[in-house]
Design a protein around this ligand. Structure first.
Ligand code: HEM
Ligand code: HEM
Length: 176
């Protein structure tokens, strides 16, 4: 039993977005010429808003289309570990997107993608709030990198070592 095509599409779209967001975030915060840094910031902020929308839609879809049952042979502690990891990944994605949004808008900076669509900032300028959001964003980024590593290791273990059908629950991304 595998995830439906929409759930798989959401999963691999999220992977593409997050595997772009993390390196761009890490690179753009280095000491770089403005001509390189500015477009990276614009890309990071815009794609970050896309992550927020995609994860919200994905959780909405999931509420009405729950995951298929795992193979019966998977022991209870592993089921619990998988559920906890997945909940942590969803939570960290939301924390990253919201803290990024707060850091930028409370800092008084624009999110060019939202400006282009005429969406006004939801927060007034507030430097202490922006600084808190910045610290949360940086800490959660490292937690996310750690949890994604654990998740990819587990997925590879199922796909390469165990070959127990868990990997093909989420693969391939598109075919029915
Ligand atoms: C899943 C979504 C996101 C991921 C994985 C992500 C990842 C990262 C990473 C790894 C960094 C570097 C960590 C640091 O040194 O601070 C960073 C920094 C940053 N991100 Fe994000 N980000 C996300 C969403 C957003 C959003 C939605 C915005 C704003 C609209 C945003 C704005 C920023 C800004 C402004 C910085 C620089 C922080 C600073 O030093 O002032 N991010 N992000
Ligand atoms: C940015 C990186 C990633 C994130 C944020 C992420 C997130 C998630 C989440 C939240 C789920 C749970 C789906 C649900 O039940 O709603 C999941 C499932 C899954 N992911 Fe990922 N994932 C990432 C990368 C990967 C990669 C690179 C692989 C493959 C190497 C992978 C393989 C899987 C598999 C096989 C499942 C299904 C597990 C099961 O059947 O219980 N993921 N992923």
């Amino acid at each position: 039993m595998r995830y439906g095509v929409v759930s798989r599409g959401f999963h691999w779209l999220t992977v593409l977005l997050v595997f772009t967001m993390i390196p761009v975030g890490l690179i753009m915060t280095q000491d770089l010429p403005r001509s390189i840094q500015n477009p990276l910031f614009i890309l990071h902020k815009g794609l970050g808003v896309v992550v927020l929308v995609v994860v919200a839609l994905r959780l909405g879809w999931r509420a009405f289309n729950p995951p298929p049952p795992l193979p019966a042979a998977i022991p209870a502690p592993q089921r619990l570990a998988a559920a906890a990891t997945h909940a942590g990944l969803y939570a960290l994605l939301m924390v990253m997107a919201v803290s990024g949004y707060v850091r930028v808008t409370a800092g008084g900076f624009p999110i060019e993608l939202l400006v282009a669509f005429g969406v006004p900032p939801l927060l007034a300028e507030n430097e202490p709030l922006a600084e808190t959001a910045k610290a949360v964003h940086a800490a959660a980024a490292f937690a996310l990198i750690g949890l994604v590593s654990v998740h990819v290791a587990a997925a590879s273990y199922h796909g390469i070592v165990r070959r127990d059908g868990v990997f093909s629950r989420m693969w391939p991304p598109f075919s029915a």
